[in-house]
Design a protein around this ligand. Sequence first.
Ligand code: SF4
Length: 701
Amino acid sequence: MPTETRTTCPYCGVGCGVIARVEDDGKVSVKGDPDHPANFGRLCSKGSALAETLDLEGRVLAPQIHGQEAGWDAALDLVAQRFRETIAAHGPDSVAFYVSGQLLTEDYYVANKLMKGFIGSANIDTNSRLCMASSVAGHKRAFGSDTVPGCYEDLELADLVVLTGSNTAWCHPVLYQRLAAAKASRPTMKVVVIDPRRTATCDIADLHLPIRADGDVALFNGLFHHLVDTRRVDEAFVGAHTSGFSEALMAAARLGMAELSEATGLSGMALRQFFRLFAETEKVVTCYSQGVNQSAVGTDKVNAIINCHLATGRIGRPGMGPFSLTGQPNAMGGREVGGLANMLAAHMELGSAAHRDTVQRFWNAPVIADKPGLKAVDMFEAVAEGRIKAIWIMSTNPVVSMPDADGVKAALTACPFVVVSDIQAYTDTARLAHVLLPATGWSEKSGTVTNSERRISRQRPFLPVPGEARPDWWQMAEVGKRMGFAEGFDFASPAEIFAEHAALSAYENDGIRDFDIGAYAEIDGTDYDALIPFQWPQPAGEPSRKRFFADGRFYHPDGKARFVPITPPAPAARDAAFPFTLNTGRVRDHWHTMTRTAKSARLSAHIAEPFCEIHPLDARALGIADADLVTVASPSGHAVIVRALLTERQARGAIFVPMHWTGETAAAARVDTLVPGRVDPVSGQPALKMAAASVARHAPA
Ligand code: SF4
């Protein structure tokens, strides 16, 4: 008999429900789950091609030590032994875990528990640092906690949706479909897209603002002044529920229209049109994604946006609020269990002695990390400098995706002990592993993920586990036990881990933490299997959905939100030899470093090779014709060779190169080798969206 399994798409943060059907002959097909509240049956091109990515070609099917197949016992014993010896010789901060927003919440929970509560270091960070760390930091500064105030329905209820730094049509396609459908049914609804490029998202835009890279702070500071000047400030809300208004207004330098145009690259007419639309529309949602987060001033951009929503009181009500779109399927789940170097589980704070004590007692842990660990960029620098001597990388490919990607490759090559858990044997990172552990893939995994609107959904297995693959949580629990921590890691199933995680979220809840799924602390395997998607918080005995901040109470000790003073960044110094601003990003039909989407001929047919978008006038000045090969180089001496794509979607002086392609699929096309390891000083998120570059027609030797 054919089987149908309800699960969740493993790609973007929209978190669409999927029904996977397996026929008697093993053939798999997928369709959107009509009952899932994220997508109501819709799927995008990537989601609908999931069945084409499930073959076993390239899979790691058995543990490997130095490239030779080995049994699980030998591999796990070696990992435990090398971690134990390294810690004994050099201390707990000499080891690290680098994990992933692809992991399930249960995987993340065990990794975080092992590193922070038993090894005693906070050196666990995630590729989600590359995705939403600036939003986390901005939320904490403004609200006193990492709380996403909105939900997808707000986009449909709004009269104005501002999409900034987000090619929603390609990167969160089903959310874009929902927005486009809402706009089509309600013509008075307006959409503004703020993006240096004229992307596919602009197809539904009433106004496109082709902003200069990192001009967002100046734009939203200018909007803040405009709201004050036109008396659009909600003085009652500001007075009762916020603090810091005057200081923030003073810091948001008042620029004349000419100066603002210079800082943002936008015409006075476009600026006035945007300001008027925002000021005069009550129901406004401002969505932002990597164009905001992946910046050296990412957290300031987030707070400049939130300042405008606080000033107008447009938060905590239907159809309004700032809304961060997470990139990965479980970036949010990682935040819930503290899978970042500067957080504890259940949104508790590493810096709080009371929170550390709560978590340590709950875990009955021998130690608890008492200071932040190394964030992603710093972690790989520490590997390069020999301070990290053993690292375990799970479900991610930093040799392609990190800034200064060649530096990361060199660091891992020299590292004394590298463990990689993955499904694919051929990733650029897996090739550098001393121990390679076969992980279970999407169709074989069981656990939960949380999407951008805080909705927790199940991923359920529907295919048998191939070879000797094992779940990531099992691998870490086994290593934990072999390191001598028998009691904390005796999990028999993901349901047990989820129940422990839920119990911790309710344990001695001091009213500060907003994360609460305590109602699920007693969940058994049967109920876990049947879990339907729900949004946190969901405290015991309160099944109804809560709208955050509807009561005007925030999570700072005085219950008030904070305006954050944001001064505009100084213009970046330009090197005449590298006159272009390189913007990196995604294409519609590929995901991350293509380890899965490249398996689908249909997806690869959309855009078959890496490219460099460049304005035709810039190209003409450089003697570049459409489809020529060009060399894109950075001041660091790195270069990639890609095909020129001449388009007026691109602004003069700026270029775009996608980040998916690796050294294996196109000659030297790892674009993140060009991006320096510059980070936002508040969030530690790397500035992957902007680098100086030169472009020249490629002259083969
Ligand atoms: Fe998957 Fe995102 Fe597409 Fe939904 S929108 S099907 S979650 S990739």
